[in-house]
Design a protein around this ligand. Structure first.
Ligand code: NDP
Ligand code: 2IT
Length: 444
């Protein structure tokens, strides 16, 4: 059996009940087959792939917190420090009831290659908890975040591991966690990114993932003699990534007609009212049903359904495996020409394969949403030099990073004879640097 197949089989056997982790490992290792097979004997001898798929460290801890009625609750916290070959572990924290070790491992594994693609010195990690922030008061969120950090603070540091936001973690949560870290460790350090602007946050970090998604899409379209001007765009999600993807898409002349949350979705044929969406989601933390109060002519539907709306470009920005094969077929039948993933692994294996087989421009998550973590690395740079850059400076750097990511994955796909296959291009381009660093550092 080939080395790649052997390691995939072992990952599935040794990590039962972690389907998302299997899915991420399979996608990466199968893409790497030509690179691995060219050096199979050496990689096998050095257990390179076994070292790649086994986290350097995984931390699991108890998080007790107290609700407003005085009752204590216990959730589970995780931090998976996956790979530090090219820099300190870097990656977000997710607070969602679906969080388990397998989900954090899939996200941490993806993060290794994404972070490498940014060209910046950051390793891969991810963390979070099965705590459900929905419907909790500010006090309850604070209690959870403080108790989460009182344990996590033992394992992170500005040169060790630098967490940030993900689903359920935004500026509010990062602020509470930062305060607790500072209190316990007695130091003001750049140990988290996505911080508030008054205490070391970077301008444009809030916008970065969504903006970056559109910058890479714009570049890929430009290379095909196209632009976003006049295009109809379908977006899923209504959180940080979705909101700023909608904002940049609109600025670039596209019309975005949908968004969604976990209860339902909006179809607004006149174009999403971004000010209303921000008010509902960022300020009032309400459900999307509220949108109809601002735009009575829009439609609200329960459940999922954005992929049935005809569009030129689809941007899944909510969560993993939210776009399946039936959705992909519907999108293609309706004439979609480009899909760029704002969320992590939003397309199922089958859906991603179908888009590529149908000649749809498909920009996979680890390239397309790399703008968020890239800007986190820019926040780390600013913290290290104790300076602040302007919005324009950060935004310009973000844009040039995303343009470089596109050309790197495009070149890698061409080099390996699969022009236009950006799943393979991103996996190989991300892997090459990590592999070179791991080889140079010996068997550790
Ligand atoms: P937010 O918490 O801000 O928003 C998440 C959005 O997705 C919400 O609208 C949420 O709806 C919806 N959603 C979450 N889980 C589900 C689910 N199981 N089913 C349906 N809808 C769901 O998170 P972000 O915008 O930060 O993250 C979105 C995606 O982007 C994630 O995959 C994340 O990993 C990825 N990402 C985020 C980056 C960042 O910088 N924040 C960077 C790169 C990737 P509801 O509110 O109802 O739960
Ligand atoms: O998935 C991701 O890249 C993120 N959630 C952002 C991580 C970060 O460290 O900014």
């Amino acid at each position: 059996m080939s080395y790649v197949d052997e390691v995939i089989e072992r990952v599935i056997r040794e990590n039962p009940n972690e389907p998302e982790f299997h899915q991420a490992v399979k996608e990466v290792l199968l893409s790497l087959r030509p690179v691995i097979e060219a050096n199979e004997a050496q990689y096998r001898r050095d257990a390179l792939l076994e070292r790649l798929v086994n986290p350097e460290r995984q931390i699991k801890f108890r998080v007790p917190w107290i609700d407003d009625q005085g009752n204590a609750h216990v959730n589970t916290g995780y931090r998976v420090q996956f790979n530090s070959a090219i820099g300190p572990y870097k990656g977000g924290l997710r607070l969602h009831p679906s969080v388990n070790l397998g989900i954090i491992k899939f996200l941490g594994f993806e993060q290794i290659f994404k972070n490498s693609l940014t060209g910046l010195p950051i390793g891969g990690g991810k963390g979070g908890s099965d705590f459900d922030p929905k419907g909790k008061s500010d006090r309850e969120i604070m209690s959870f975040c403080q108790n989460f950090m009182s344990e996590l603070c033992k394992y992170i540091g500005a040169d060790t591991d630098v967490p940030a936001g993900d689903i359920g973690v935004g500026a509010r949560e990062i602020g509470y966690m930062f305060g607790e870290y500072k209190k316990i460790r007695g130091m003001f350090a750049g140990v988290l990114t996505g911080k508030g602007l008054p205490f070391g946050g970077s301008l444009a970090r809030t916008e970065a993932t969504g903006y970056g998604l559109l910058y890479i899409t714009e570049e890929a379209l430009k290379c095909r003699g196209q632009s976003l001007e006049g295009k109809t765009v379908v977006v899923s999600g209504a959180g940080n990534v979705a909101i700023y993807a909608i904002e940049k898409a609109q600025q670039l002349g596209a019309k975005v007609v949908t968004c969604s949350d976990s209860n339902g979705w909006i179809y607004d044929p006149n174009g999403i009212d971004l000010a209303a969406l921000k008010q509902i989601k960022e300020v009032k933390r309400q459900r999307l049903t509220e949108y109809l109060k601002y735009r009575p002519d829009a439609q609200y539907h329960e459940g999922r359904g954005v992929w049935q709306i005809p569009c030129d470009i689809a941007l899944p920005c909510a969560t993993q495996n939210e776009l399946g094969i039936e959705d992909a077929r519907q999108l293609v039948a309706n004439g979609v020409t480009a899909v760029a993933e704002g969320a992590n692994m939003p397309s199922t294996e089958e859906a991603a394969a179908y888009f590529r087989a149908e000649g749809v421009l498909f920009l996979p998550a680890k390239a397309a949403n790399a703008g968020g973590v890239a800007t986190s690395a820019l926040e780390m740079s600013q913290n290290s030099e104790r300076l602040h850059w302007t919005f324009e400076e950060v935004d310009q750097k973000l844009k040039s990073i995303m343009i470089d990511v596109y050309h790197n994955i495009d070149d890698a796909a061409k080099k390996y004879g699969v022009e236009g296959d950006y799943v393979v291009g991103a996996n190989i381009a991300g892997f090459e640097k990590v592999m070179a660093a791991m080889n140079a550092q010996g068997i550790v």
